[in-house]
Design a protein. Sequence first.
Length: 79
Amino acid sequence: MSFVPVLQYSIGIAMFGFMYWLLDGILDEFIAAGVHITGLTYDLLMYMWVGMLLIYLIFGGWWVVRKYNEQQYMQGGLM
């Protein structure tokens, strides 16, 4: 059984983590400079970020399971 689909899924999660780390560092710099305003826009963007992550986790997990049901994998072949 190949580990490539799981590796691709893990790389996607790592990309989300890297982007969060990078953008959080930029936000910290704005806060330190005193030019930040949090409010409805910040909350909306945070909700969108969490929503994108949840969609990726749910549908990405579904994609990984479906990849292992393809003909090319020995234990699969249901499609």
